[in-house]
Design a protein around this ligand. Structure first.
Ligand SMILES: C[S@@+](CC[C@H](N)C(=O)[O-])C[C@H]1O[C@@H](n2cnc3c(N)ncnc32)[C@H](O)[C@@H]1O
Length: 253
């Protein structure tokens, strides 16, 4: 039974319980609103540490020249940019995102920086990916899964498009392992984040959603179980920054 079915067609949007069919549009509003300021806010909010989390994701992906990679919920393209260099002219990176504003910011930014030739941009919903079975060597979803309405359907769809032996990497906020860190993090996310969102992006609400959606996201072990249920094997995770973020990895058998 999927998450929604067991929740009788309701789901979470941050701390609110909403009809499952409404969540996608509400998430879309958040990302249309933050797209233009997304990169600067990312650096500010994480003190630049998101770059290290992403670098670790690239290292764990095992991506090599000539590979086909899907950067799902790829937004403004941080991972796509790095993968584009690694896979080279014989490879391909698909930056897929449900949100046209995020996708446009990503495409403009990467094109301006000279990343052309091996990148394709596709507007797609993680829950029903418009790609053939067994078509990618690696798939990353960074800070995207918690925004997806039906996470189980999305994980199944991701597994389907991976080649046998292909790797799924889920980089996402998670549950801090250290109680002191957890308290400090709560204070930071529920006061500093909306404040920064208000001052820099004139949008406190979206950053309040960010903090709430992080707390509602499945913890490390739960997500690992969901990946196994989707058919992935050798699933494991690494806690980063004391579990503020976790990188999960699973292999398609
Ligand atoms: C926080 S941003 C992450 C962007 C980028 N991966 C990064 O790490 O900087 C989350 C992205 O997930 C996308 N997203 C949300 N729901 C999605 C869905 N169902 N399918 C595909 N993308 C989705 C949003 O549009 C947004 O661009």
């Amino acid at each position: 039974m999927s998450q929604q079915e067991s929740d009788q067609k309701t789901t979470h949007f941050g701390y609110q319980t909403v009809a499952s069919e409404d969540k996608q549009a509400m998430v879309a509003d958040v990302f249309h609103s933050v797209a233009a300021k997304y990169d600067v806010m990312n650096d500010l909010m994480s003190f630049g540490v998101h770059r290290l989390w992403k670098r670790f994701t690239i290292e764990m992906s095992g991506v090599r020249p000539g590979n086909r990679v899907l950067d799902l919920a790829g937004g403004t393209g941080d991972l796509t940019k790095k993968f584009s260099r690694i896979v080279g002219p014989q490879g391909k990176v698909v930056l897929a995102d449900i949100n046209s504003s995020m996708l446009n910011v990503g495409r403009d930014r990467l094109t301006d920086e000279g990343y052309v030739g091996n990148i394709e941009y596709v507007q797609a919903n993680a829950e029903c990916l418009p790609f053939e079975d067994n078509s990618f060597d690696a798939l990353t979803i960074a800070f995207g899964l918690r925004n997806v309405t039906d996470k189980d359907a999305a994980l199944r769809s991701m597994t389907r498009v991976l080649k046998p032996g292909g790797r799924l990497l889920v980089l996402e906020f998670s549950k801090p392992t250290n109680p002191v860190m957890s308290k400090a993090y709560d204070l930071y996310s529920f006061s500093a984040l909306p404040f920064m969102g208000k001052v820099v992006a004139n949008d406190a609400e979206s950053y309040k959603y960010l903090a709430e959606s992080i707390r509602m996201h499945p913890d490390q072990e739960t997500l690992k179980g969901m990946m196994e249920d989707a058919g992935l094997v050798r699933c494991s995770y690494h806690n980063l920054t004391s579990g503020v973020v976790a990188l999960h990895r699973g292999i398609k058998p």
